[in-house]
Write a protein that binds this ligand. Structure first.
Ligand code: SF4
Length: 61
């Protein structure tokens, strides 16, 4: 299974909570996914759950 990870830059507050998952980093005050497609969800699901702005979406491809 491949999952696509997208971040809504309009919603993102730049709070950094998602960087608990090492697939996320903050650049210029917004979150980026280092890998936008992953085979295993792993901590990406935790990032979705923890985001206070509901800015991270995970879709099955
Ligand atoms: S947790 Fe959500 S609002 Fe905070 S930096 Fe990450 S994507 Fe942006």
């Amino acid at each position: 299974m491949t999952y696509k990870i997208t971040i809504d830059k309009e919603k993102c507050l730049g709070c950094g909570a998602c960087t608990q998952c090492d697939n996320f980093e903050i650049k210029d005050g917004k979150a980026y996914a280092k890998k936008s497609e992953v085979e295993e969800l792993g901590c990406n699901q935790e990032a979705v759950d923890i985001c206070p702005a509901d800015a991270i979406k995970v879709e099955k491809k």
